[in-house]
Design a protein around this ligand. Structure first.
Ligand SMILES: [Zn+2]
Length: 352
């Protein structure tokens, strides 16, 4: 990408990512999943791996920026990567963790959209509605995703069109990283919904419980126990809205199918979404209403810094949970008990 093209459409998050890649040097395993083309501009879609490369090693996947306008999610992951790189050379605990687990960062999934300041990619397609499957119980139209045209938000793309390069690249990455892994957690960072920060788990397209619900329940209890004053709302995504074509629903289905075909036990894969509640930032700074970017991102520097440090304990917890997964996964009757607790907590209306 030459400098003339970059000055046309600045993308500081990509600059920062490339700075971190350079700084990490041989400690990072960097790949370009695809090149996203927008007119004359080309953007690399990077994935960064660090830690144990064994395909069976437990994995923590960290993704962001799939909605281009939600820059804060990408910035949050870049800040985490920056902090990890600063600790790598001296923090023995972290070094030991990384001997056992693999961290995979994919922090800028929709670079063309972010450069344009748009939610969708350069073709106007909402990548988080772009998976081929339909919701079992779709929510309100058109938010749930539609195939009318790119002029209307939440466009899924045409019916017979393959997945967009960005969505396909994410699916290839996730399937590759977790295909043989014995345990996997993922966190996809978004912003723009509600007054509170939320941690969502699937499904986005159905009100039925996740197959690995008892593991979700246990993970959430561990988090609540370790962080008694946390402020996240923990819930299935379907409690807020339901959508067609959700990539994490799709990847979870693929995971179940892959292991059903192998006829062995299905390794635990828990795809989480962090949805930062930006409406609070808007309420505290009404100027943001006049800015489309401001509906999804903090505009005041002190607020941005606060958000970037506010989630440190969550990331630290996720690393610990992946490192120690064999210590806490429920088995046998404990699994049944956790299932019942989760059904009571989240699915009383669907399963009274
Ligand atoms: Zn989003």
């Amino acid at each position: 990408m030459n400098s003339k093209q970059r000055t046309q459409r600045p993308l500081p998050e990509l600059d920062e990512l490339q700075r971190l890649i350079k700084r990490g040097g041989s400690q990072l395993d960097v790949s370009v999943l695809t090149e996203v083309i927008d007119g004359t501009q080309r953007y690399p879609l990077h994935a960064i791996r660090l830690g144990n490369p064994d395909p069976q090693a437990p994995v923590l996947l960290l993704c962001g920026g799939i909605h281009g306008v939600e820059r804060i999610g990408t910035q949050l992951l870049l800040a985490q990567l920056d902090a990890l790189l600063a600790r790598l050379h001296w923090d023995q605990g972290l070094q030991q963790d990384l001997e056992h687990i693999r961290l995979v960062f994919c922090p800028l999934l929709n670079p063309a959209g972010m450069a344009r300041g748009s939610r969708a990619n350069a073709k106007g397609i909402d990548l988080m509605r772009n998976a081929p499957h339909n919701a079992e119980q779709p929510g309100a139209w058109p938010l749930s995703g539609h195939r009318i045209g790119a002029w209307l938000p939440w466009y899924r793309g045409a019916l017979d069109e393959p997945m967009q390069p960005e969505s396909a690249a994410l699916c290839t990455l996730v399937n590759r990283e977790i295909g043989c892994a014995r345990f996997c957690l993922s966190l996809d960072c978004h912003s723009g919904f509600g007054m509170r920060d939320r941690l969502w788990f699937p499904y986005a397209g159905s009100t039925r419980p996740l197959e690995q619900l008892s593991e979700i329940q246990t993970l959430m209890e561990l988090y609540e126990g370790a962080n008694p004053h946390h402020r996240y709302l923990l819930e299935p995504q379907c409690h807020q809205y339901r959508t067609h074509g959700d990539l994490w629903d799709h990847l979870y289905h693929q995971h179940l199918l892959r292991h059903a075909a192998r006829k062995g036990p299905i390794p635990v894969f828990l795809p989480l979404t962090l949805e930062l509640g930006s409406w609070l930032w808007v309420r505290k700074n009404l100027r943001q209403i006049t800015s489309f970017t401001g509906l999804f991102n903090p505009l005041v520097p002190h607020r941005q810094r606060r958000i970037l440090r506010h989630h440190n304990s969550l990331f630290e917890f996720l690393i610990r949970a992946v490192r120690s997964w064999q210590q806490w996964l429920p088995e046998g009757s404990a699994r049944d008990i956790q299932q019942q607790r989760a059904l009571q907590r989240w699915y009383k209306d669907e399963h009274p």
